[in-house]
Design a protein around this ligand. Sequence first.
Ligand code: SF4
Length: 489
Amino acid sequence: MTAKSVWLKTPLTIFYPDLCDVVRLFWGDVSISPDEGETVITQECAEGGAHFFDLWSCGEETYAYHKEITTQSPLEFKRLRKRAAKMGLYGLMKQMTGVTPPWGALTGIRPTRLLYEGMEHGLPRDLAMRRLTAEYDVSPERAALLRDISLMQEGLREMPENAFDLYIGIPFCTTRCAYCSFSSGELGKGKLVKPYVDALLHEIAVCGEMMRRAGRKVRAAYIGGGTPTSIPCADLERILAAAQEQFPGAVEWTVEAGRPDTIDPEKLSMLRRRGVGRISVNPQTFCDETLRRVGRAHTGEDTVRAYRQAREAGFEDINMDLIAGLPGEDLDIFRKTLEKVVELNPDSVTVHSLAIKRSSRLHEQLHVNEGGHTRVNEKQAGEMIDLARQTLTRGGWQPYYLYRQKYMAGNLENVGYAKPGKACLYNIGNMEETASVLALGAGAITKWIYDRELRIERAPNVKNIEEYIARVDEMCQRKRALILEDPEA
Ligand code: SF4
């Protein structure tokens, strides 16, 4: 059963967006409203003492859910009541559709967080893993994946005291990929590069002083985008030099060299000279026809060339990003990409499931022009993800971090795999939310952790490049207010 539009009626309006996410687990990008819709889903609530009862119904189907909540903490109560409402709706949707999503009822939460939550309450790792299957209907394979990730993260999740990670965003790309939802601008004639770099250097200098005042030291640093290597070598070097002067002592420097057509020996040798140890050279796929279709201006052969040049330049930590479920790709094409990756033998591989976000060109092509729900062949995307896991683990890579996004093919996940000793600290700290991240540049979001991971506050920078350039002082002020106890002093 599927639906064109949903009228979702609930007295718990405070949880409305979360309940919509549960419906979308089953019906994708369907339109959902509190006032109208062809398919009507209703929640009725009752409570007695600490017992909460929800009756969910849709046409002839009904599903009852009961939960006892005993906590005294209002925050915890809200969290548990929300979970109960979502579980009831999940039960109804599963009953109606006959579908069991791979991550069960999990939406809007990092899956590893629930595993660690169980372990922090004293459950052995295997029991914490099985709890995810019993309580949240997570498939045994996905629960085992989380266990493997937690094993890889041992000793790497914890941050040294008073440390933070650094992110610097360079929002330019040579062309725009059809699935891109970032705010990156096409480089064009590059007229915005210089003013952008000047604004960024200003933000780096102000934030360097801020971190010294706060007594904080950088642990891992990451330059992402966009494609940082799409700007001229000298500009990228100015950024690296300034960042390393203001934030000395990082144990890890990563630069996204994403597009193979932006990599050349000059940039590679500059990155080595500047102490960058880890780069990403991203094929996404080795199929040239797909690359053309999604608007990437390079071939599979370009990726091989860039990868070999990076090895020749001395890089011993190279990541490759792949996407499962790209338009027009079947399992055979994806298998060939995986075989090529295994042959090249990068140090880490990140396997993404295609997410068709609303701001992407692909969403427009599939949703607006073809009028359908923007979902790729979910079964096939799932097979690709499974094949990647088997192939990579057999080849010596182990999963070490994972995240999920909305609108992902088949409700799947993105997983980073690494050879022993090659897990990226920045990725773990950022995805597990164990690291405070100072984020600079257009669209970058600073996340500051308080009370030992219990509270996270954010200070976003504006996304638009021109606005960022004009308002960089305001971006610095936002961070000052977040990070310094006495920002005016
Ligand atoms: S390389 Fe990344 S940031 Fe650039 S257009 Fe493609 S998806 Fe977007």
